[in-house]
Design a protein around this ligand. Structure first.
Ligand code: GLC
Length: 744
């Protein structure tokens, strides 16, 4: 076994060295050596299924997979934890198989490995592309030290439905912001070269349409128009592809009746229209799930459908490894499809440098305490930039002299702020809000009470987080602390395991007894600040939002959330986050998003015949792009002027207050008429995060090109049509004065 590998490696390396052959030549040189089963093996990915540093597993699933590994029938493994485990498994692949082709080690490094930045939706709220890119880079640097070289991120699914728990994992509702963030994350994870041992292959997921799961119920049906596909869902995927993302992942859902994993039209868009040359991996078991969908009668047919749809790698369906070789031999699947998939997988392994040195990711073993790691300061910085100030009557920032009550279920939480996607991080490693407040203001004149228990039962990834909805024991301590303080800081919201995969919710209200708690506090204390923890838009009753003095949305802020939120509460820094997703008033408004069509009866009207509800307003509680600072920033009227083949759109922005602020200046446009179809009343086409000193004013300008105003047709063509456009330079999607212009 070993001799063949060494010989082939020497031959390939020598000839490549001698002739500096292209990767394609080297890939083909290996492909020619492979049996059909070995080719199929490269298309097979297993979950890290045993302690590889221990004795070989015996009996059952793990033993089968271990034998497949030794046969050379495994191309990649996911969720392997730790360098020693990676090394041990890589050794089996390299030294015990006939060709010794190394494995790729994947993992969901979504917003950090052990040092966690805020959840991705929170990161998006920073609108700080450089910080978001750095966050992904940091995650890659930490994860690669543990032997990993492939992350299943960025998730680029656009979503307008906060009932869907995975809205937490993406960049919100807008394709322009989502596209810019997709690029930043791909660049962060992959760096300037995939063969940099601190880089890891990124993965644009879930292709496609997953964020439009009907009723916000995870894994549910997706049925969307070509307009929505090409102008809302696809753009972040295309941006990731243009940014050089190495891999894509299929989504679980059907798309217009056909499961994405077996959807040839989707594969054609990706691999033909967009020319994607990387690896398309299935989602976990999604090949096999085509049987439950009612698309495949059995796993053999599912194998054929997935292979025909050019899914290059099977994650944990055990479909390809069982049936693909036979389908090729029976002439049901052309071997050229297998060869194309294997070329993609081998190319990725060459690009990562694994074929030249299979253990290159095992040479920086390290372990860092997350709160003091080399990446913790960046994680805190991003948590500070991500928090969104939703209301403030001037009570914030606090002073050290004030006697405060720091109360509520999130006050001492060290686990929840890590969010749901902390696959590799260790529980309870976040700094709590209490710890942050002690760090920033000291513990004098600060009463602390967590109050009633928040969750009952096990709190972990595979279990529903069971909410306490009845037991108010401990509420009195919260109320007493609030009564005796000058200000009550109420830290509450949803638990980190309330959002994320398989965490859809019908109600977006505060879970459990929390609304009751707020009302009891309001009875005894008129000065109340809410610090809201959430992985999605939440709904706060208007009687509460009207009474409290301030609301700071902390999201799930990650490892350094405590000091980050404390810094904002104490005014060390002004909040600067802006909502990447609309916060509805009620679930009944969903889907509610700013980039909607005007309809034929936009209203309001004296008569009833216009598009509205009889029991509430159309407007959201807080619109896309919204967020306050500790100052007042004013925007002069927007100006627009054609400058040759572009339009200059400007506005004078001024910091009227006494503190420096980071202002996210947003540019929206409206195309009043298009032959492709009606256009949204507003569409984000640019933004700039500008720092303004007290009293400083800045002329903020944008150069608008025809492409920024183009629409994509259902043939995938970008189409620009001259005509009337309106522009807004504004602080959010429901503000600003427009400037209209006829583009000749
Ligand atoms: C999960 C998720 C996907 C993830 C994969 C591997 O079910 O849908 O986002 O990357 O399986 O963990």
């Amino acid at each position: 076994m070993k001799k063949v590998y060494l010989l082939s490696a020497i031959l390939v390396a020598a000839s490549a060295l001698a002739q500096k052959q292209s990767t394609a030549w080297r890939v083909d040189s290996v492909l020619e050596l492979m049996t059909l089963e070995e080719k199929v093996g490269q298309m097979n990915q297993y979950n890290g299924f045993w302690n590889a540093t221990g004795p070989a597993p015996v009996g059952g699933d793990a033993a089968t997979k271990y034998q497949h590994l030794r046969n050379g029938w495994v191309g990649s493994v996911l969720n392997v934890q730790g360098v020693e485990e990676v090394r041990a498994m890589q050794r089996v692949a390299v030294e015990e198989t006939r060709l010794g082709i190394p494995l790729i080690f994947g993992c969901d490094v979504i917003h950090g490995y052990k040092t966690l930045s805020p959840v991705p939706l929170a990161e998006a709220a920073s609108w700080d592309l450089a910080a978001i890119e750095k966050s992904a880079r940091n995650a890659a640097e930490e994860a690669t030290a543990y032997g990993l070289n492939w992350t299943f991120a960025p998730m680029v699914d656009i979503s307008r439905d906060p009932r869907w728990g995975r809205i937490m994992e993406g960049a919100g509702e807008d394709p322009f912001l989502g596209s810019r963030i997709a690029e930043a994350r791909v660049h962060g994870f992959q760096g300037s070269a995939l063969n940099d041992p601190l880089s890891m292959a990124a993965c644009a997921k879930h292709f496609a349409g997953y964020g439009f799961s009907e009723a916000g119920r995870d894994y549910n049906t997706v049925d969307v128009s070509d307009y929505t596909l090409y102008n809302v869902i696809y753009p972040p995927f295309q941006a990731a592809k243009k940014a050089g993302v190495a891999t894509f992942m299929n989504s679980f859902n059907t798309l217009n009746g056909i499961p994405a994993t077996g959807n040839q039209a989707l594969a054609s868009v990706l691999k033909e229209d967009w020319g994607f040359e990387g690896v398309l991996v299935s989602d976990w078991g999604s090949i096999g799930e085509m049987q439950a969908h009612g698309y495949a009668e059995n796993l053999t047919q599912a194998t054929q459908q997935a292979a025909t749809a050019r899914c290059d790698m099977d994650m944990e369906s055990l479909a390809y490894v069982q049936y693909l070789a036979a389908l090729v031999r029976e002439g049901e699947i052309s071997e050229s499809i297998v060869d194309d998939a294997v070329r993609r997988v081998l190319k990725l392994k060459f690009d990562l440098g694994l074929m030249d040195d299979p253990y290159r990711y095992c040479k920086r073993p390290g372990s860092w305490e997350p709160t003091t790691s080399p990446w913790s300061a960046d994680a805190q910085d991003l948590a500070e930039k991500s928090a969104v100030l939703l209301k403030n009557n001037g009570i914030l920032p606090l002073t050290k002299k004030q006697a405060i009550a720091l109360v509520g279920p999130m006050v001492q939480e060290k686990n929840s702020p890590l969010g749901n996607w902390r696959v590799s991080s260790d529980d309870n490693t976040a700094l709590s809000l209490y710890e942050g407040m002690v760090q920033v203001r000291g513990e004098k004149r600060m009463a602390v009470a967590s109050g009633p228990v928040f969750l009952k039962g096990p709190i972990s990834f595979p279990f529903e987080a069971e909410i306490n909805t009845t037991d108010t024991a401990g509420l009195h301590s919260v109320v007493d602390a609030a009564r005796n303080a000058e200000i009550a800081i109420l830290a509450l919201g949803e638990h980190g395991f309330h959002s994320g995969e398989a965490r859809s919710r019908m109600s977006l209200h505060l879970p459990g007894v929390q609304e009751h708690m707020i009302r009891e506090v309001l009875k005894v204390q008129e000065h109340v600040v809410l610090v809201l923890y959430a992985g999605r838009p939440m709904i706060l009753p208007e009687d509460i939002t009207e009474q409290v003095d301030a609301i700071l949305l902390a999201w799930q802020p990650g490892t350094m959330g405590g000091p980050a939120i404390a810094n904002l509460l104490m005014g060390k820094r002004s909040p600067s986050g802006r909502l990447p997703v609309t916060f509805p008033r009620t679930e009944g408004q969903i889907p509610l998003y700013y980039g909607a069509f005007n309809t034929g009866r936009p209203g309001p009207s004296d008569a009833v015949f216009w598009s509205h509800y009889g029991d509430g307003p159309n407007t959201p509680a807080y619109p896309f792009g919204y967020g306050l600072t500790y100052s007042t920033v004013t925007y002069a009227a927007t100006q627009a002027k054609q400058m040759g083949d572009s339009i200059a759109v400007t506005a004078l922005v001024k910091n009227e207050g006494k503190v420096a602020v980071d202002e996210v200046v947003q540019l929206y446009a409206r195309d009043h008429h298009s032959s492709v179809g009606v256009q949204p009343v507003r569409r984000l086409i640019g933004f700039q995060r500008v720092t303004l000193k007290p009293g400083e004013e800045r002329m903020v300008s944008f150069s608008v090109t025809a492409d920024l105003l183009s629409v994509t047709t259902s043939e995938g063509e970008r189409l620009f049509e001259p005509g009337t456009f309106s522009f807004w330079v504004a602080p959010h999607s429901a503000a600003g004065t427009s400037a209209s212009l006829d583009w000749k």
